[in-house]
Design a binder for this molecule. Structure first.
Ligand code: F6R
Length: 357
């Protein structure tokens, strides 16, 4: 039920702080250790490479998951779009572990990969919001996202839940491998939850950004570097699917290799600046587009912010910024769609779960 909310999407955006707390509870035992199926722990520590398979928004969560698994747990990881992987298997490592990320657990493109990997006898772990779903039943292991039912077609809370569960999985693997870590995932996710809450309390800012930047535009670009690039891809997908504005996400340094030709007077460019090591580079990229007339909107992280930024998100652990920086993009998309009279919860041509290949 939507309750007092005009749309499921807005309700689900608002639920994200609670989903984070829920995940913390579900994955924590009485000794404050990570609660995880021993077999999953074993599969993660024994594999020599993780292959993440996903589609759409879940693929974007997978891109962030790769960073977690490699940086936190030192597990080599590849991320693949399911529909391509199914007919184009790369050379696999000796001990692969397949990780299927799917809100619905029913996406046909993923299932056809899983059928193949099962035939080959490789272990598979499904991360899903629907534990009884096909991908959950047919995989060796399942991790539950605990996000609660997601009704709006545009995925929001499942995406942040996927990233949170991937972070927990990465930390658990690091501990199982005996790596020394200066990272308490539950504490950091608690901080994420509070940061999300503060963003949800400032919706009027994002409504205004949508009004100022997106009410009449034909297109919009999202740029970022590192983790911010991946969040930009998700921001662009969200905006496209519910507001029908042509939107693309780019690595900060890539726009100038062609696409910058599309920048005209007033073209909105939404930039994320949450990563310290690339803060000055992404700001130079913004300068490049502003010089060509772009209407820049910079969303930065507390401590890395500069005068003129459109919004500053509260400080969270540098690996977990995607969980927070996506909220402004979700809300901006929501309001852009609303201002353009689009059917926010049921965008045209789309279904909540895609059960055809
Ligand atoms: C976008 C969106 C889709 C899904 C994709 C995969 O907002 O919802 O891109 O993420 O269809 O769906 P699942 O995660 O159910 O496999």
């Amino acid at each position: 039920e939507k309750g007092t909310y005009p749309h499921f999407m807005l309700k689900e955006i608002d639920e994200q702080p609670f989903v984070m707390r829920n995940i913390i509870q579900e994955y924590q035992d009485e000794n404050d250790d990570i609660k995880l199926d021993e077999d999953i722990r074993k599969a993660m520590s024994e594999c020599d490479r993780v292959y993440i398979i996903a589609a759409g928004t879940s693929y974007h969560a997978g891109l962030i998951g790769k960073e977690f698994l490699e940086k936190i747990a030192e597990v080599p990881t590849e991320v693949h779009v399911a529909s391509e992987f199914s007919y184009n298997f790369p050379l696999l490592s000796e001990k692969p572990l397949f990780v299927f990320i799917s809100q619905s657990g029913e996406t046909a493109d993923l299932r056809s990969v899983l059928v193949e990997t099962n035939k080959l006898g490789h272990p598979a772990l499904t991360l899903t919001n629907v534990p009884g779903s096909t991908l959950s039943r047919e995989a060796t292991y399942t991790m539950h996202l605990h996000a609660g039912p997601e009704i709006a077609v545009a995925s929001t809370k499942a995406y942040t839940a996927q990233m949170a569960v991937l972070a927990i999985l990465a930390v658990d693997t690091a501990r199982a491998k005996g790596l020394t870590l200066d990272f308490d995932p539950m504490k950091e996710l608690g901080i994420v939850s509070s940061a999300m809450e503060s963003l949800c309390d400032q919706k009027e800012v994002f409504e205004q950004i949508a009004r100022d930047y997106l009410s009449t535009t034909r297109n919009c670009f999202f740029i970022g570097r590192g983790l911010d690039y991946f969040v930009g891809l998700e921001g662009a997908l969200k905006l496209k699917e519910i507001s029908y504005i042509q939107a693309e996400g780019f690595a900060g340094g890539e726009l100038k290799h062609g696409t910058i030709a599309l920048i005209e007077d007033g073209t909105p460019v939404i930039a994320l600046a949450t990563q310290e090591h690339v803060n000055s580079s992404i700001r130079s990229n913004v300068q490049e587009v502003v010089t060509r007339g772009a209407n820049d909107c910079i969303i930065s992280l507390e401590g890395l912010d500069r005068e003129g930024d459109a919004f500053v998100i509260p400080n969270v652990h540098s690996l977990l910024t995607p969980l927070v920086s996506v909220l402004p993009l979700q809300l901006i998309s929501y309001y852009a769609a609303l201002h353009r009279d689009c059917d926010v919860d049921k965008p045209r041509n789309l279904a909540k779960s895609v059960t055809v290949e």
